[in-house]
Design a protein around this ligand. Structure first.
Ligand SMILES: [Zn+2]
Length: 132
């Protein structure tokens, strides 16, 4: 679901709402705290919430810019998009330097025989009992 930006026409408060496209024009109430004087009401020591119906405003969506085109050092072809870049790396078994993840893989535990595990367990039991 996209995030829409709404603005209060009374107090200029802006807030973001996360909602479906179908519900984007169901306008939220302004939740800005205000004073009665701001709304032209009699002074009071209570804080008020503006509560006015907000209007949807057009805000630029956040997008990640695609990469600059470059010529492949492997094939000489022009790589013009991020998706083609990733595909090209996979095709030629390459990785981007700085994005390696092989070092993050969990180390494989050595396979121990049932006898070795039992012997270790027995040794631990003996050491714990020796503490008493
Ligand atoms: Zn408001």
């Amino acid at each position: 679901m996209p995030i829409y930006r709404y603005k209060c026409p009374i107090c200029d408060n802006e807030q973001d709402e996360y909602r479906s496209v179908a519900k984007r024009d169901i306008f939220p109430r302004c939740n800005a705290e205000t004073t009665p004087e701001d709304l032209g009401e009699e002074p009071s020591d209570m804080d008020w919430v503006c509560g006015h119906t907000m209007e949807r405003i057009v805000a630029a969506p956040m997008v990640i810019a695609d990469m600059q085109p470059y010529r492949s050092m492997i094939t000489g072809e022009m790589i013009t998009s991020r998706s083609r870049h990733n595909e090209h790396l996979r095709e030629h078994n390459c990785i981007e330097i700085g994005n390696e993840t092989h070092h993050l893989k969990a180390k494989e535990k050595p396979e121990l025989s049932k006898e070795t595990r039992a012997a270790r367990k027995q040794k631990i039991i003996e050491q714990v009992n020796a503490i008493k």
